[in-house]
Design a protein around this ligand. Sequence first.
Ligand code: PMP
Length: 407
Amino acid sequence: MTDLLEKFRPLAEAREALTQSSQDPFRVIIERILSPTEAIVNGHPMILAGTNNYLGLTFDPQCIQAAVQAVQEQGTGTTGSRMANGSFSGHLALEHELAEFFGRRWCNVFSTGYQANLGVIAALTGQGDVILIDADCHASIYDGCRMSGAEVIRFRHNDVADLCKRLARLGKRCANTLIIVEGLYSMFGDRAALREIAITKREYGAYLLVDEAHSLGVLGERGRGLAEEAGVEDSVDFVVGTFSKSLGAIGGYCVSDHPEVDLARYVSRPYIFTASPCPSIVASTRAALQKLRTEPALRVRLWDNARRLYDELKGLGFRLGPEPSPIIAARLGQKDETIAFWNGLLDQGVYVNMILPPAAPDGSSLLRCSVSAAHTPDQINRICRAFASVKAALSSDLTDCHGAIRS
Ligand code: PMP
């Protein structure tokens, strides 16, 4: 018999190894946050290039003002679930505004984007149903699948032929099948092949859920996401998303024309058994949604920055995702090289996300940047220069090392 806590030993050893060679990425302390794109980290000024703050709204004066006013008028928290304690009028207003923005009849708001996926997937599907999931979907989608008790079948990332093959095998069960994909995938920033997926879904009579966590405010003429950009909103049954990226707060939602989304409130455990979003969050999210709707220039600036960074890093020889996007991930070689690179960037004053196996799809090690509309041209230049200089320093280290071995 092994001790209950024995399972932590490999984790402790892995963390020890990480801290020997570098800073522990889980212990980076943002000592002072200065703006959507700058902070003081370990006493040094840092450009934030991994925050998902796509529209840069976290310091927007109107969003802040709305949050402050809500705290003053309604207090710091709701201290309970909507089921047990009732809804604040702000919850209903936010749901109404989101439904209207998406041109849908129904909207449910959840306390986080993670819970939105758990709550919606586990309410829509259960034993006897099938979920067909893109292999690269986010952990919250996988966890929702597990919670649902449905049969879960993965199809190869963005491979519509593989999806078709699996639907064909299901025959009549397609009517009990929910297909789940993301708008922009969170690791490499690539788009789902949504037009083809929508055709397939219609052909087989299945349901389609799209997680637009990274595409709200980023894609589509009005910022509604990939379904809008691809012109297939009519074929998407359920859109899930989060307030924690373009809207600069925390929380999640599902919008749909199916009235069952509203009924799901009565059965969705991640909706019922947790406290509802606090007034300041609801207020700043409503203000941010208003900005997203009325200031398309934010989206233009975001894409200018994204294309510039993508092109520059590609020009420097980094292996990136298949298309420019506000999520730009450089695939590095070994884990050690990635850790060294990430530390080099920190020394240069640039903070990006380090993704080590097994977190990234296909076991790769990544340095993931996310671009913001709030990045200035100078900050984008400095991010590029940092990547170039760390690359040069590390390859000269390698050359020295090979030289030493040869001599
Ligand atoms: N879906 C996707 C695709 C995500 O990337 C994330 C978070 N990164 C979530 C859902 C969960 O959202 P939140 O962090 O707002 O809970």
